[in-house]
Design a protein around this ligand. Structure first.
Ligand code: BGC
Length: 758
């Protein structure tokens, strides 16, 4: 009888455990583990280190890492990859630490791991979320095959200042598009099951407003109204959170006078309480320590402030490791705060499946089979062609014929080392395809290519050093600049057409790469001007990580292709577009200014009370010396064909909550070749309780049209699309009049309007 009773009790307990939801099981597991942990071990979990055995991504590396792992003083490692290295480090934790808690292994996998895709700014110009998701999926497969389970991506900082070099790492100036890209990348990295061995945890960064640094100088102060934050800068981070991103990285800048890393409003009230974020927050590289320079006090104070704010993991600086015990004794932090942070990190490890198998991502057979495969390279090539933006094509100089002689000129024309762009920390330059190689691959032997370097990226030796932080300085040819130009002009003289590849070195954009002059460096400008003078048909291929201010180039060069930094398959992809194997379809996600003085210049600005819309300019909002409009607007990009738009048809002229309006337009491919168009929908709220932007992107669709084919493109507009944060930060749609625009870019649109009634 007694035995039966016991059996029933045990069985019902087991059934309860078995019936637990996955979350409940995780909670039980983590609580059980934490009950065995000492305070020191809990704080150890909050420590993220970079041992310097791999790729350093900052100016300091961690010391005594192996010993700290043994002591349980490390929660995760970044900057190393490869199954063998990762196995060694994981084995230290599993075999030599008391509780055998597996480590996280992270890395900056930003636009591919070893198969490098275009820089994120380029990726966003594809306006193709499925393509972007696939690039993140491939990056996740390669990263996980290389021992990693956590990537410091996506970067979703809205950037409207191209002086800021990190504009290269995000999706440009628009919150709607930025949100779409954020979602796509999170989905691509994390898939549907984080515990699979080929999915990785994403980390959305840099929370928040990092792209709004004053003067475009990296790490600089940001200051903006809450209403602007909510409407314009926060949506992409929120989209990543809504998509289930596992971790968030705090930013270097201050917000409302409080560094983001120690900002409780940001990390707790907004992120956790308002948005419901359940993952963990990691600092940026030593950003806890940097709070001292911001002026909040010493390391102990900064660390306590950061923990209290809701920061869970301290990257590199070891402020948590060295001061939290003291702060706990002094009553400056609570054990609950330490427990909460530790719990969130253990939960992430649990979700990644590391407690079931700490070596889940460590499989020496995988890299060979899964990294830099022909398939992955092909995907990178397909992605790169769709990221390029045709800025100009006068006289239909492009596509090039696959015959005759081409003079291929420029410091980036036969160059492996700059093709990957910034933040390709595990990419191998030597595996990249140069433009010269790509053109020969695509055009074959029927084309003769004459190469001349023509110019250095820069002739300034100290600048060359500044833009090569991790290696040997950007190469400067021993020959004089004049000799280089003469050689290029001579090559041009023998050719039917000239292709010149100019722009930035990879590290002229990216972190700590702010510029105040956005022209081509002088050496390259001189080269292009000399080539223009030859009178030969000239195609300029630009490689750069930010919009450049190049009105002179737009005036002088008949054809310009913005290639960004295309990645591993750079040369093949550029050649695919130049020779017309792919008809370009990319559209800018960031406005190109005419000069630096125009910055910030972005399409979704507010109106003034005195807008300049033609007529006499006096007492109107404009400059004496340059027009208001950018050189190339947001959404702009040409094709080898051209698309025409009929006027917009609305299904109704008024609607109320719960209803919707269909806006449709006939789009025609009016040219002789097939092409792909991104049809863009914008709205403007002209009667609102707070002023709204002159245009806001609310939808886009891609259509592929054969020559002379037409298609009807339809957008459904609901009340939700008209919502914004009002002055009480309530997300509302207000009745009144709206304009609706559909077009090929943010400037060239058809227009009509409707009313929302209550
Ligand atoms: C950057 C982050 C990066 C981190 C780790 C920092 O300097 O701001 O974007 O993820 O380093 O490499």
């Amino acid at each position: 009888m007694r035995r039966t009773f016991l059996t029933i009790v045990v069985l019902s307990f087991l059934m309860q455990v078995a019936a637990q939801t996955p979350d409940a099981k995780m909670n039980t597991f983590v609580a059980n583990l934490m009950s065995k942990m000492t305070l020191e071990e809990k704080i150890g979990q909050l420590n993220l280190v970079t041992p310097g055995w791999g790729v350093p991504t900052g100016s300091v590396v961690s010391k005594g890492v192996e010993d700290n792992i043994r002591k349980g003083h490390v929660g995760g490692l970044f900057g190393i990859f490869g199954p063998d290295k990762v196995r060694l480090a994981q084995a230290l934790a599993m075999n030599e630490s008391r509780l055998k808690i597996p480590l996280l292994f992270g890395l900056d996998v930003i636009h591919g791991h070893k198969t490098i895709f275009p820089i994120p700014l380029g990726l966003s110009c594809s306006w193709d979320t499925a393509l972007v998701e696939r690039s993140a999926r491939i990056a996740a497969i390669e990263a996980s095959a290389d021992g990693l389970c956590w990537v410091f991506s996506p970067m979703v900082d809205i950037a409207r200042d191209p002086r800021w070099g990190r504009i290269a790492e995000g999706a440009g100036e628009d919150p709607f598009l930025g949100s779409e890209m954020a979602r796509a990348m999170v989905k691509g990295y994390q898939g549907t099951d984080l515990s699979k061995d080929n999915t990785v945890m994403a980390c959305v960064k840099h929370f928040a407003l990092y792209g709004a640094a004053e003067g475009g100088r990296d790490y600089n102060t940001t200051d903006m109204s809450r209403i602007r934050m909510y409407n314009e800068y926060l949506p992409p981070y929120k989209a990543a959170v809504d998509a289930g991103v596992g971790s968030v990285m705090s930013s270097f800048n201050e917000i409302d006078g409080i560094p983001a890393t120690g900002n409780r409003w940001l990390l707790t009230s907004l992120l956790r309480n308002q948005w419901g974020f359940k993952g963990f927050v990691v600092s940026d590289y030593t950003s806890v320590n940097e709070m001292i320079a911001h002026g909040v006090g010493d390391l102990q104070t900064a660390s306590a402030m950061a923990l209290h704010a809701g920061l869970d993991m301290d990257m590199v600086g070891e402020g948590f490791l060295t001061t939290l015990q003291k702060s706990l004794k002094a009553g400056k932090v609570t054990i609950k705060q330490i427990d909460d942070a530790c719990k969130r990190i253990l939960e992430a490890k649990y979700k990644l499946g590391l407690f079931q198998d700490p070596y889940r991502y460590v499989n020496s057979g995988r890299p060979e089979k899964e990294i830099l495969t022909a398939q992955n390279r092909q995907a990178a090539r397909e992605t790169a062609v769709r990221s390029m933006v045709l800025l100009k094509n006068e006289g239909r100089i492009l596509p090039l014929k696959k015959s005759g002689t081409i003079a291929l000129i420029g410091p980036l024309a036969n160059n492996h080392s700059e093709m990957l762009g910034t933040w390709a920390v595990s990419g191998d330059n030597t595996k990249s395809v140069t433009i010269q190689q790509g053109m020969q691959n695509v055009a074959g032997n029927s084309v003769q290519i004459l190469f001349a370097r023509g110019a250095n990226i820069t002739d300034d030796t100290s600048f060359a050093k500044r833009i090569s932080p991790f290696g040997k300085p950007t190469e400067i040819d021993a020959r004089s600049p004049d000799t280089l130009i003469q050689e290029a002009v001579a090559a041009a003289g023998k050719a039917d057409v000239v292709v010149v590849v100019v722009g930035e070195a990879a590290e002229m954009s990216g972190e700590s790469a702010s510029r105040t002059d956005l022209d081509l460096p002088g050496s390259q400008r001189k080269l292009v001007e000399a080539l223009v003078k030859t009178g030969k048909p000239l195609v300029v291929v630009l490689m750069n990580g930010r919009p450049l201010a190049i009105p002179w180039l737009n005036e002088q060069a008949p054809a310009i292709l913005e290639a960004w930094f295309p990645g591993t398959e750079a040369g093949n992809a550029v050649a695919d577009v130049l020779f017309g194997n792919y008809n370009p379809s990319g559209k800018l996600t960031t406005s190109f200014p005419r000069n630096v003085g125009q910055i910030p210049v972005y399409y979704n600005h507010k109106n003034t009370g005195r807008p300049f819309e033609g007529g006499a300019p006096k007492f109107k909002s404009n400059y004496l010396d340059v027009q208001n409009e950018p050189l190339y607007p947001f959404g702009y990009g040409l094709s080898y064909t051209n698309f025409t738009y009929d006027s917009i048809k609305l299904s109704r002229n008024t609607f109320s909550a719960g209803q919707s309006i269909t806006a449709s337009v006939m789009v025609t491919n009016a040219g002789d070749v097939a092409g792909e168009e991104t049809v863009q929908l914008y709205i403007r709220d002209v009667e609102a309780s707070v002023t709204r932007p002159v245009k806001e992107l609310k939808g886009f669709q891609k259509v592929v049209l054969k020559a002379h084919e037409s298609a009807k493109v339809e957008f459904t507009i609901t009340e939700n699309d008209l919502k914004f944060y009002n002055s009480e930060l309530k997300y509302v749609a207000e009745p009144g009049e709206f304009k609706v625009f559909i077009g090929t870019n943010s400037r060239d649109v058809k227009e009509t309007g409707f009313r929302l009634v209550k």
